[in-house]
Design a protein around this ligand. Structure first.
Ligand SMILES: Nc1ncnc2c1ncn2[C@@H]1O[C@H](COP(=O)(O)OP(=O)(O)OP(=O)(O)O)[C@@H](O)[C@H]1O
Length: 316
């Protein structure tokens, strides 16, 4: 394992009740990266991340996280992990200070009063420590939850759908903060179903049925998925959209504002469709474009009930 990797694991496997839910996954996560795990419900994302962070013992495989053996030194890894989930984050009926203190206790921090005071100050909440956390707005709850799990200065941060249900401004602020942490060298692992979280990631792994099917830098993912995309705008897009969706040679039609992005993994078949439309109706403006992460994300998620590689489903 090189010094610039926060995580390097091979053959990671987990079996629950006789069912292999993570199947021989290899993974390398550079230090300070924001690494997104995409995939359908129950595909094994959380289980993979938990094994990499020393929170769950693998049934097979090996590797190191933050320089520690994931099997033998799980405790040392855990001490360096901050965990923020959408479901469990704060106790609404405890005060802001009590929540911060509770988290500091969980990490057995010694100088808790000082740490909590510092966190309150950093958050700009000095005068509001006695306020019940449940009375905070969604965006503030999220800032508090993030600050709480960073108090022990972890080098690895786990985020489970961190901005689900949060308004756009708070979401932007949150990702600004995550990027700041990543620049400071904190490695961030994000499990998500949401495109606007996926596009924040430097690296992406797509997991289905416990297997890692695609991974790499986010900018390489569209190429790895192999999508060809055409952008179209012009009048009467709704009938065009309906017709394209009904065409078996088109795998995906996604609306982006006043445009449609029309995609397929079969470039030739798609080009034929577009050529026919250009001939039939000259009022639309068609441009072939590089597929971007948004289209790749929609494609992966829309096809995620099927075995990967099978197509035929369409995103909307
Ligand atoms: N502690 C456990 N005991 C038994 N089965 C489990 C346990 N944890 C997870 N599983 C099962 O393992 C499979 C993978 O779950 P996991 O939570 O890793 O998936 P996921 O991709 O993170 O899903 P989601 O996106 O819904 O959170 C699921 O079928 C789940 O029910």
């Amino acid at each position: 394992m090189t010094d610039d990797l926060a995580v390097s694991v091979r053959g990671l496997t987990k079996i629950f009740s006789g069912k292999t839910v993570v199947d021989a996954v290899d993974m390398e996560v550079p230090k300070g990266a924001i690494y997104g795990f995409l995939g359908p419900n129950g595909s094994g994302k959380t289980t993979t991340i938990r094994m990499m962070c020393g929170l769950l013992t693998p049934d097979g495989g090996e590797g190191r996280t933050l320089g520690h053996d994931i099997r033998k030194e799980a405790r040392a890894i855990k001490e360096n992990v901050g965990y923020m989930t959408q479901k469990f984050s704060l106790y609404g009926d405890l005060t802001i200070r009590e929540n911060l203190d509770f988290m500091a206790r969980m990490y057995r921090m010694k100088n808790r009063k000082q740490v909590v005071d510092e966190t309150l100050r950093d958050l700009g909440l000095e005068g509001r420590g006695d306020q019940l956390a449940g009375t905070l707005s969604g965006g503030w709850k999220q800032r508090l939850a993030l600050a709480a799990c960073m108090q022990h200065k972890p080098r690895l941060l786990l985020l489970d759908e961190p901005t689900a249900g949060v308004d756009p401004k708070a979401r932007r602020d949150f990702w600004d903060e995550i990027r700041r942490l990543s620049k400071q060298g904190v490695t961030v692992l994000v499990s998500t179903h949401y495109m606007d979280e996926a596009v924040q990631c430097d690296y992406i792994a797509y997991i289905a049925y416990g297997k890692k099917l695609i991974d790499g830098p986010a900018r390489d993912i569209p190429h790895k998925v192999g999508l060809t995309t055409w952008r179209v705008d012009g009048p009467d897009l709704i009938p065009l959209e309906d017709a394209l969706r009904a065409d078996p040679r088109v795998q995906q039609v996604a609306r982006f504002g006043a445009q449609l992005h029309v995609s397929s993994t079969d470039a030739k078949a798609l080009d034929d469709v577009i050529a026919e439309w250009k001939k039939k109706n000259g009022t639309h403006h068609w441009v072939k474009k590089e597929a971007e992460l948004e289209e790749a994300f929609i494609y992966l998620m829309a096809n995620s009930d099927d075995n990967f590689g099978q197509t035929g489903k369409r995103a909307s």
